[in-house]
Design a protein around this ligand. Structure first.
Ligand SMILES: NC(=O)c1ccc[n+]([C@@H]2O[C@H](COP(=O)([O-])OP(=O)(O)OC[C@H]3O[C@@H](n4cnc5c(N)ncnc54)[C@H](O)[C@@H]3O)[C@@H](O)[C@H]2O)c1
Ligand SMILES: [Zn+2]
Length: 459
């Protein structure tokens, strides 16, 4: 009561692209009476019976939806059983004093007296704790819970508990990360650790050969879980192994780079590279849980952090919120939530995810021309996209300070055209009508796009 379930529930439903069902409103619709009238006329017991009927019925409906339960619904065992069987249950946590301030008033029969309200809160708490699959305090928390993303600084030490189930775990790291965080991860997995596997670090992890060696090394049965501890290269390769090994086993990415935590480990895409190009083989294989531990980033080299910051700025521009100004753990949480929502709306990349390519058409062109590493190229790409959008690029300039790329402009242009022609002949960009308002596809005259590209190449 007073946690904000109705407000956050409807906002979460909108973000996830699902219908919203508010059980109190359903109940009022069904009976034609307000909750307080039902309480007054029929008594609490009769109200709970009605509530139970409606809750169990709504939970049995298999259409994916966001459902807001009344605060007392979990006192029914049938409701608790239905929740366990067919819902991911998020406990929206709120300070009891704040809840009282919000809930007190004639509309809520059980929020008439503060002492009684506090007693009820304390009495129900164990039921919430036992029934919840995840906890959240705000909208981003709800979205992250829906995506199976758990954010906890220092969470690596609880890896054994945080990996769902109690089956065996194969731990996959890259050779570098193994030496930094591998021992802690092994310790935290304890008895569940079945085997340890090392991939080469960097893109070498994403070769068919490295992947084949990994899957041939695995000894898990279907009850096992692959835990991928490392940057985006490790999670891409280990995630693809999880998608194919025994036709698919559960996996849990534990990203250790900023790129991994705000981007690569979110959204269920896994990939390998082929000689013909990056990410040409892969699968959509959503992890059973994603564990984001911002404390793992303490050991990250500065240039890897800068690479991640470029994706943070991209996300902030898409969200219309200067997320890059936040402390790093909050940057991670907010960016991950933004990407998670986009991907839950479009899990198989049929269209909506395209906005995540802001700045990337230019970045890929620079990279293909032998230009700077991805993060630097993205910073320049964002600059070009903001200029083409007619928006102030100072956030990118001040935060990422990208230097113009030293590449051959003709080669970069040829790469951009090749890429785009392959996608149906036209140059279609992600631009912004305003920060927070991405526009895709934006089609511009070639000459204008060429000028924007030249503007980020050293003359
Ligand atoms: N699947 C997706 O949706 C998606 C999205 C974005 C990017 N990606 C992929 O992610 C990859 C890039 O990921 P990345 O930037 O994380 O690269 P990475 O995995 O190569 O990691 C970068 C380097 O940092 C080291 N490292 C990792 N964690 C560390 C830590 N905590 N301390 C010290 N060193 C550490 C690694 O050993 C590596 O050398 C690319 O292959 C890209 O295609 C995938
Ligand atoms: Zn990127």
């Amino acid at each position: 009561m007073g946690a904000g379930k109705s407000t956050l529930g409807s906002e979460a439903a909108r973000l996830l692209g699902r219908p919203f069902v508010d059980l109190d409103r359903e109940l009022e619709g069904e009976t034609g009476a307000r909750v307080q009238e039902l309480f007054a006329q029929r008594g609490e017991a009769a109200f709970r019976e009605l509530e139970e009927e409606l809750a169990v019925e709504a939970l049995a409906d298999r259409t994916p939806a966001v459902l807001a339960l009344g605060g007392g619904a979990v006192t029914s065992e049938r409701v608790r059983e239905s929740l366990a069987e067919s819902a991911l249950t998020v406990w929206l946590r709120v300070d009891v004093g704040e809840a009282w301030r919000r809930a007190a008033g004639p509309a809520r029969p059980l929020a008439q007296d503060e002492a009684a309200f506090r007693a009820l809160h304390a009495e129900r708490e164990p039921l919430y704790a036992a029934g919840a699959d995840a906890q959240a305090e705000d909208l981003d928390g709800v979205v992250l819970a829906a995506a199976g993303v758990h954010v906890e600084s220092g969470g690596l030490a609880r890896l054994g508990e945080l990996v769902p189930g109690d089956g065996p775990v194969a731990l996959v790291t890259d050779a570098r990360v193994a030496g930094i965080h591998g021992a802690d991860a092994q310790l935290a997995l304890g008895d569940r650790l079945a085997s340890v596997h090392e991939l080469p670090h960097g893109e070498a992890a994403k070769t068919v050969a490295a992947w084949a060696a990994l899957v041939q090394d695995l000894t898990l049965d279907r009850s096992g879980t692959i835990v991928a501890l490392g940057g985006g290269c490790t999670t891409d390769a280990a995630g693809f192994a999880a998608s194919a090994y025994l036709r698919g086993v559960a996996w849990v990415p534990v990203p250790t780079t900023l790129v991994g935590q705000v981007d690569a480990a979110i959204g269920g895409k896994t990939a390998l590279n082929l000689p013909a190009g990056k990410n040409l083989v892969g699968a959509f294989h959503w992890p059973v849980r994603t564990i984001l531990d911002p404390a793992l980033l303490a050991t990250l080299p500065a240039d890897e952090r800068r690479a991640g910051l470029a994706e943070v700025v991209k996300t902030g521009l898409l969200a219309g919120d200067p997320l890059w100004e936040l402390p790093e753990p909050e940057q991670v949480r907010r960016c991950a939530a933004f990407k998670a929502a986009v991907c839950l709306r479009d899990p198989f990349e049929r269209g909506g995810r395209a906005i995540l390519n802001l700045g990337h058409t230019f970045a890929h062109a620079l990279e293909a021309a032998g230009g700077p590493p991805h993060g630097h190229a993205v910073a320049l790409g964002l600059l070009a996209a903001l200029r083409l959008s007619g928006l102030d690029p100072s956030a990118v300039v001040e935060t990422l300070a990208p230097k113009p790329a030293r590449v051959d402009a003709e080669r970069a242009w040829a790469a951009l055209l090749r890429d785009k022609k392959a996608e149906g002949g036209r140059i279609r960009l992600v631009l912004l009508d305003a920060p927070g308002e991405p526009r895709w596809p934006a089609e511009l005259p070639e000459a204008e796009v060429r000028r924007a590209l030249d503007g980020i190449i050293a003359g």
